[in-house]
Design a protein. Structure first.
Length: 423
């Protein structure tokens, strides 16, 4: 039903944009959403926000294509891309709201919330622009998403097919954040001088003399793990989930060994390489802490500095005022949430009965035990990603390819060989 609501909304947007002239696509888009918000009951608005938060880029393309077919007319490519970018930003804004904890219905109905959601819809940078001063050979070609302080684009080197990802800091208040993330990335590069296959490599930093400071990264054309989870199973690239999880833990263990803690592990910050066997890479170390001493901070100032991340992926102790939070344990809890979401293929907080839900998705008891320990109380949780990695590689049998026409019964062997009690 909610899918039909989304399609009807897209049909209305496309119909209006096809016949209206003289007003920008962005302004028309805002007006339509405002009208919908005024007419909709609070419950329906809440459902619509949740539905937007579950949209992947490909699903947005399909909504637009279906609306074009419905009206028998196609958008010019430039306008189509602009509409896609607006919808993607709206989806991203809804994802941030729902992952930070669901607002109340009254809050959802407020004009200020809707205005804030719409305020950041339009990307600051534009397709076809040069990346920046001294980097004019890079042409922006695809909007990838936005965060709290800016937006991410893919760019292609002029006259070639070579691509990179550019993270632009477009918000006025981002200057301090730029320096912080720059220091974290430099510390990461010094700690791991050789590129780790599961950590997104930094290729350049450009801050001075830039209207919008930016970082330059390797481009992962497989998209984010969040996009994979949200995508329709029939059209997305097949993923060996255990290999993805192993890669995430490998990358995190490499940073934990060097006293670097990510503090914002979530599917949106894990990107996938393209190909039949995608490799996961950790990205966005803006909230990382690189000080070993910070692991056991006792002052309220140190503790406050550690309370960072996205609400859905924070452990319960991080939400208690003046609590001591170990950033390694925070990362482990977040891995448990991501692992659960990967198994059930939904962006949602693990419920109290998460073990039963995992079992209903044919997850073996050993994996459930490992996830349980990731999500356990601090004293029972894996202390860091290094120890979690040891349990993964020491005890989980390798998954072998199954010949065509044969049944995969490897999970039964795992059940027989591995203990079912928590590790």
């Amino acid at each position: 039903m909610i899918q039909a609501v989304l399609q009807n909304l897209m049909n209305e947007i496309v119909a209006t944009l096809l016949v209206t002239g003289g007003v920008s696509l962005f302004e028309q888009f805002k007006r339509i959403l405002h009208r919908r918000a005024v007419r909709a009951p609070a419950r329906r608005l809440h459902e619509l926000l949740d539905a937007f938060g579950q949209l992947s880029p490909r699903q947005i393309d399909r909504l637009i294509a279906e609306a074009e077919r419905h009206h028998g007319q196609r958008f010019p490519d430039e306008q189509r891309q602009e509409l896609h970018d607006l919808m993607r930003n709206l989806a991203r804004g809804a994802q941030l709201l729902t992952s930070q904890g669901k607002p109340t219905s009254a809050y959802l109905r407020s004009e200020r919330l809707l205005e804030q959601l719409l305020l950041d819809l339009q990307p600051v940078r534009r397709r076809g622009e040069r990346a920046g001063v001294g980097h004019s050979e890079w042409i922006l070609d695809r909007f990838l998403g936005r965060g709290a302080y800016g937006e991410v684009w893919s760019a292609t080197m002029e006259g070639s097919t070579w691509q990179r990802a550019f993270k632009f800091f477009t918000q006025p208040e981002a200057r301090e954040w730029v320096q912080r993330e720059r220091e974290n990335l430099i510390a990461l590069k010094e700690a791991l001088p050789s590129e780790h296959p599961n950590i997104m490599p930094l290729h350049g930093v450009s801050i001075d003399d830039q209207e919008y400071p930016f970082f330059q990264f390797e481009y992962a054309s497989g998209g984010s793990l969040e996009e994979w989870i949200l995508e329709d199973p029939d059209v997305r690239t097949p993923l060996e989930k255990s290999n993805v999880l192993f890669g995430i833990v490998e990358g995190l263990a490499a940073t934990h060994e060097k006293g670097i803690f990510h503090r914002d592990i979530k599917p949106a910050n894990i990107v996938l390489s393209e190909g039949p066997d995608p490799i996961p890479k950790l990205t966005d170390f803006g909230l990382a802490t690189c000080d070993l001493a910070a692991r056991r901070g006792s002052s309220s100032e140190q503790t406050a500095a550690l309370l960072a991340g996205t609400s859905m992926y924070l452990p319960p102790e991080a939400k208690c005022p003046f609590a001591e939070v170990d950033p390694a344990l925070q990362d482990i809890f977040a891995v448990g949430v991501v692992w659960y979401q990967l198994c059930v293929e939904r962006i949602e907080q693990p419920p109290y009965s998460f073990a039963r839900r995992l079992a209903a998705h044919d997850v073996d008891s050993h994996t459930i035990d490992l996830i349980t320990r990731c999500l356990a109380a601090p004293e029972e949780r894996f202390p860091n990603a290094v120890e979690l990695r040891e349990h993964l590689f020491d005890r989980v049998p390798e998954h072998w390819p199954v010949p065509e026409g044969m049944y995969d019964v490897q999970y039964l062997v795992r059940e027989a060989l591995l203990p079912s009690d928590p590790v």
